[in-house]
Ligand binder design. Structure first.
Ligand code: G1P
Length: 337
């Protein structure tokens, strides 16, 4: 075993979350505010991601930040004045809400300096990760708290070693927006909540291939469990697509490396609930779905939404039958505005 080789039985205790991206897809909202702080119902998107990490038993989180991201640091810090004011008012519910983000994990920060790509952002975590396997989560993808994707990926790493990516079957016409994977079957049963065919070996990865050159329609989504050998590989990875150092390119190298050197890449095919908050349309869909699922908001919001959709159909003339339904108020709900 070389100096680079790793102990596959080491537990996954750390997570790296890159948050340095500029958020140009949400301008002007992100002119003075990090995109990761956009509220999804009533919590910033990045808090969902840290909750997911914490839910998978990881308590050490490194956020890779950049210029203009100070609000994220403040969000995970204590706000003594606010906490004292809420305590005095006896508003325990809001007090808990304010303290939650601070107590989720030990949060550390490092700056990326220059925006040289996702691979470069992950590389900034090298000293903090200190030779252990670690998780990487991208904030544009939210995974429903009821679906234990990260926990399952950690279980795959602990059973098979190497690195693990989350894969999602997407419309083949959309694969050019993602890292795309070629895979083959692997013998793996009884890992976490995973069933037959959910674990695969990744044989090839290509960052954002043209649709007609993609190896499959299996897209890499923003969850990774990485062997620390990835750092040595990233240090030697030349800029790829978009002139940036791509994590996908480093994983392609790892896929061809000897397991004794930290090589090997597995995929977990995710079949659960994912909310994409990366662009405006998907962000709106995520907010609506998560609001409908909330105990406190869901019943009223869902009822209003049903009325609104029915009314809109009538207005647009797409469903004449909806006229009657829209006219009838839904029992026990506030009237639609
Ligand atoms: C990044 C990765 C890409 C992956 C995607 C998942 O791209 O480079 O391989 O499929 O995240 O969200 P980005 O969306 O940051 O351009």
């Amino acid at each position: 075993m070389s100096a680079n080789s790793t102990n596959t039985s080491a537990p996954v205790r750390k997570a790296v979350i890159p948050v340095a991206g500029r958020g140009t897809r949400f301008l002007p909202a992100t002119k003075a505010m990090p995109k990761e702080m956009l509220p999804v119902v009533d919590k910033p998107a990045v808090e969902y991601v840290v909750e997911e990490v914490s839910g998978a038993g990881i308590t050490d989180v490194l956020l890779v930040t950049g210029r203009g991201k100070g609000a994220i640091e403040d969000h995970f810090d204590h706000t003594r004045e606010l906490e004292t004011a809420l305590e005095r008012k006896g508003d325990t519910e809001k007090l808990e809400a304010v303290k939650r983000s601070t107590n989720l994990a030990h949060i550390h920060f490092v700056r990326q300096g220059e925006p040289k790509g996702l691979g470069h952002a992950v590389l900034q975590g090298k000293d903090h990760v200190a030779g252990e396997p670690f998780a990487v989560l991208l904030g544009d993808d939210l995974i429903d708290a009821r679906d234990p994707l990260l926990t399952d990926m950690i279980a795959v790493r602990e059973r098979l070693g190497g690195s693990v990516v989350a894969l999602l079957e997407v419309d083949p016409a959309q694969i050019n927006l993602y890292g795309a994977a070629a895979v083959e079957g692997v013998e793996a049963t009884g890992i976490g909540s995973l069933g037959e065919g959910d674990v695969v070996r990744v044989t090839e990865l290509v960052e954002k291939p043209p649709v007609d050159e993609a190896p499959s329609n299996l897209a890499v989504i923003g969850r990774y469990v990485l062997d620390p050998a990835v750092f040595g590989v990233l240090e030697n990875t030349a800029p790829g697509r978009g002139g940036e150092i791509q994590l996908t390119d480093a994983l392609q190298t790892l896929a061809g490396m000897d397991p004794a050197e930290g090589g090997g890449v597995y995929g977990v095919v995710f079949r659960g609930r994912r909310y994409d908050t990366g662009d405006k349309l998907d962000y709106l869909k995520a907010v609506v779905q998560l609001a409908c699922d909330r105990e406190d908001l869901g019943p009223d919001f869902g009822a209003w939404l049903g009325e609104y959709v029915a009314r809109r159909r009538v207005e647009l003339g797409s469903d004449p039958d909806a006229a009657g339904r829209a006219a009838e108020p839904v029992p026990g709900t506030p009237s639609a505005r």
